[in-house]
Design a protein around this ligand. Structure first.
Ligand code: ZN
Ligand code: ZN
Length: 128
């Protein structure tokens, strides 16, 4: 695998194990690059969550109003597109489908995922 660099500060990304997946993380800003496949499980959970209408006022999220500058994909240099994911704005690469998350964005997304996993049994009882 070729080296990948942080689109925010140019630091070489470090491969890390996170929730059983390998991700590339920046040691300086804590930003994380996910290949499409790596975030698939989280994406599935988030879309499951979004398809269930529950009165959940406690879902933690970061404000969406944050203005972001365009970032380049660490894998192929494409301009990434800001996309809302579970109430968090992440950058998605139109070329390889990878995701770039700032440190705070990842934390918010993982909190959403943890909340979903905690409530998964409830969701299953509700049926689909
Ligand atoms: Zn960085
Ligand atoms: Zn890409």
């Amino acid at each position: 695998m070729s080296k990948r660099y942080c689109p925010t500060d140019g630091t070489e990304l470090t491969a890390r194990q996170m929730a059983g997946e390998t991700v590339d993380q920046c040691d300086v800003c804590s930003g994380i690059f996910f290949d499409d496949k790596e975030l698939e499980r989280t994406m599935e959970l988030v879309s499951l969550f979004e398809n269930v209408s529950l009165d959940e006022e406690d879902i933690p999220s970061v404000p969406c109003a944050e203005i972001k500058r365009a970032v380049s994909c660490p894998a192929d240099g494409s301009a990434m597109q800001p996309t809302e994911l579970g109430g968090t704005i992440v950058d998605v690469c139109p070329t390889c489908g990878g995701y770039w998350l700032d440190g705070g964005e990842l934390t918010a997304l993982r909190l959403v995922q943890a909340n979903i996993e905690e409530n998964l049994n409830l969701y299953m009882r509700l049926g689909s």
